[in-house]
Write a protein that binds this ligand. Sequence first.
Ligand code: FES
Length: 145
Amino acid sequence: MAADRMDRKEFLSLLGLGAAAMTCSYFLAGCTPNSSNLITAPPTNVDFTLNLTDPANAALKNNGGYIYQNGIIVARTINGDYVAVSQTCTHQGGTVYYDKAGNEFHCPVHGSNFATNGSVINGPAASPLMKYSTSLSGTSLRVYS
Ligand code: FES
């Protein structure tokens, strides 16, 4: 056999090794950091206005409703106050939602809870959610840094 050629047994052996390597890398990918679990920095220089008559913002007409906009969760609390915090959990980047039963933001990934001002109620998250100011004028809700 020429030095630059391989026999069938050698070829199949390498093929099997390649398939095994691909399989291992596929399963290992689930255990290693990737872009989906990197924490996105909270939005900065925020200043946008929501039209509360827009159907896309209909959830904010009722206490307990919330929407996501520009990386921020805007909620109308059970008390009727508008609050806005970064939607990205400070633990490992899960997306928080407003839990009206507890009047808090909850991350479903590992169970962190945050007060409506973004402070940590319980971990594993150790850092607060970035909080933004809100200002209501008629049917316009401004959200800003
Ligand atoms: S990513 Fe939110 S608690 Fe872990």
